[in-house]
Design a protein around this ligand. Structure first.
Ligand code: SF4
Length: 223
């Protein structure tokens, strides 16, 4: 598929999400929030669900958590236009409650199609709900900042920026996890040509849908 066709498919997918009525969240939303960013992004960031600002504007991460995300991206020389940003569910749960399992299930294929089209080197899950898509039964306080290999791509779980705003003691952890992202991207790119990656990162190989992890390799940052 060439770049033009991928771009057209992503635009069609985003339009489909804006019209979606698959789950009850469509009734209370002002706008669905498909996601935005570069089709050539090396990193896709996946949060939980739109909040009030996102619902109003139809864009992801535009409130205080979005400002922090942009600041964190600046640390590694990126802007939000360089990456792709989306959420597990695309419509705001009323009162900012947690998304329900059936809402996550209804929205699941949209996220899968976005990940396939963007085909990033690294998937960063922000918070518990996004992490559970790839790493169920893990504790984010133990695995944040570590890389989990799924096929050619690494999944790196991190705290949600909103959580770091609520608990300032988590902010330095989030900053340190962001600082490792360029090395994770390099590790994936090096891995296409040669293995192993740089000797400073934890990467665990996971066979999706088949727990437990098949193999531990490379290096551990410690838990
Ligand atoms: S949350 Fe997802 S599945 Fe539910 S209405 Fe919105 S786009 Fe559709």
């Amino acid at each position: 598929m060439d770049a033009q066709e991928r771009q057209a498919r992503l635009a069609a997918l985003e339009a489909e999400i804006r019209q979606c009525t698959r789950c009850p969240l469509h009734r209370s939303r002002a706008n669905a929030v498909p996601g935005e960013g570069s089709l050539d992004a090396p990193i896709i960031f996946i949060g939980e669900a739109p909040g009030a600002n996102e619902d109003r504007l139809g864009r992801p991460f535009v409130g205080p958590a979005g400002e922090l995300l942009e600041t964190l991206l600046e640390r590694i020389g990126l802007t939000r236009e360089d990456v792709y940003i989306t959420n597990v569910v695309k419509c705001r749960p009323p009162g900012n409650r947690d998304p329900l399992p059936e809402e996550i299930e209804a929205c699941k294929s949209f996220l899968a199609r976005q990940v396939r089209l963007v085909a990033p080197d690294v998937i960063v899950t922000l918070g518990r709900f996004a992490m559970e898509r790839w790493l169920p039964n893990r504790r984010i306080t133990r695995v944040h900042g570590r890389g989990f290999r799924f096929g050619r791509c690494l999944v790196v779980p991190m705290f949600h920026p909103a959580a770091a705003l609520r608990r300032p003691e988590w902010l330095p952890l989030l900053e340190a996890d962001f600082d490792r992202l360029p090395a994770f991207v390099d590790a994936v790119r090096l891995g296409r040509r040669q293995a192993p990656g740089p000797p400073s990162l934890h990467v665990e190989t996971v066979e999706e849908e088949k727990p437990p992890p098949a193999q531990l390799n490379l290096f551990d940052q410690g838990e």
